[in-house]
Design a binder for this molecule. Structure first.
Ligand code: EPU
Length: 329
């Protein structure tokens, strides 16, 4: 049995943990028929909730490196190994004065998982920077999916579908800009940067890291997987009915104002869960969208808390909030 890496700090084991450093190595395993069900491909386990041990093979990419595919005076296209730590890629881009990815600083996890999950923060989503995703499937077929083929939406992609489970992401391609521009429409980030005389890429990265560190728990101290729930998006009719009852409710209009995103953090806080614990699992006191392991929690403990929070929000507001974290087992 091998310990499975996961940022919730859960003590979970897999029958096998296989790590590969190149596409060729993975191809050999595929050709030899070594990868048979049950198997699970993970990143660094920063978005997974293991409900128990995994009776099968856990696969993990160690393909790293950043290669420039194309470059002119205005932009650069790079190819990044799926096993590369996401924030190492962001730091590298900021060092090279490439614009676009800086708002996604300090997000835990690896580049392949970032492309599967379409990570996002402070007004930027990975899908805006991705040009293509390279994969290999269990039949040994390599395929490059263009960004449109990846069917990206909020924390979702083609690669999360059950029928795509046998496709493994090997590299992700991104286009970044060399001309100076920033995405500063997000309140907290704008506010932080307004304090500075000049803005540059390192300053934006530092500000994002500062905001994240002030709101989100360090997994080394409190096991967690970032936002546990997705922010619900409701119809305008549903929103208007709720808003009459709760005029102080924050909201963000989407899709031509037809659909409205409501912060799950607010809904959870209104239900009295902020900072509350159920056994060894708790709702983080600075950001109620995050569930934490207070020490010694099991995946089941976290699930019990998640179900209770979900049920409270549904009973009070009639809104179903859904986990962003993937449950395994
Ligand atoms: N809020 C409360 N109480 C709180 C905290 C927040 O009511 O204690 C409300 C406030 O109205 C606040 C709003 O929630 O304005 C939004 O909060 P925040 O800016 O912290 O963002 P979020 O919607 O809670 C999302 C992402 C985060 C991302 C931030 C910043 C999801 C599920 N989460 O959180 O992503 O960092 O925006 O862009 O979309 C992650 O996915 O793991 C993650 C951390």
């Amino acid at each position: 049995m091998k310990k499975i890496p996961n940022t919730f700090g859960l003590d979970v084991q897999a029958d096998e943990l296989w790590e590969y450093s190149s596409v060729a190595e993975l191809e050999t395993w595929i050709a030899q028929g070594r990868i048979t069900a049950p198997y699970l491909h993970i990143g660094s386990g920063s978005n997974l909730l293991f409900l128990g041990d995994y009776r099968g093979v856990v696969l993990h990419s160690r393909i790293i490196g950043i290669e420039t595919l194309y470059e002119d005076d205005h932009r650069v296209e790079v190819r990044v190994g799926a096993g590369m730590l996401w924030d190492d890629f962001v730091a590298y881009s900021v060092d090279h004065r490439w614009y676009g990815v800086e708002n996604l600083s300090h997000i835990p996890g690896e580049t392949g998982a970032a492309a599967v999950q379409n990570i996002g923060a402070y007004g930027v989503e990975a899908k805006e920077l991705i040009t293509a995703v390279e994969t290999i499937n269990l039949q040994g077929e390599k395929r490059i999916f263009t960004v449109d083929e990846c069917v990206y939406s909020y924390r979702d992609s083609l690669f999360k579908r059950a029928e795509m489970k046998d496709h493994f992401v090997t590299y992700v391609r991104f286009r970044l800009d060399k001309t100076e521009h920033y995405t500063l429409n997000y309140g907290a980030l704008k506010h932080e940067l307004a304090k500075l005389p000049v803005i540059d890429l390192p300053a934006v990265r530092r500000a994002v890291i500062g905001i994240r560190e002030s709101k989100l728990p360090d997994p080394q101290l409190w096991g967690n997987a970032g936002s546990f729930f997705k922010n619900p998006v409701v119809s305008r009719a549903c929103f208007e009915q709720l808003y009459r009852q709760y005029p102080q409710m924050p909201f963000y209009e989407q899709d031509n104002r037809q659909r409205i995103k409501i912060p799950a953090a607010w809904l959870i806080e209104q239900c009295g869960w902020k900072g509350k614990a159920l056994g060894a699992a708790a709702v983080y006191d600075r950001q109620p969208l995050v569930l934490i392991n207070r020490g010694g929690a099991t995946g089941q403990d976290i699930r019990v808390l998640s179900d209770a929070v979900q049920q409270s929000v549904y009973c009070r507001f009639g809104i179903d909030i859904h986990p962003e974290v993937n449950f395994i087992g």
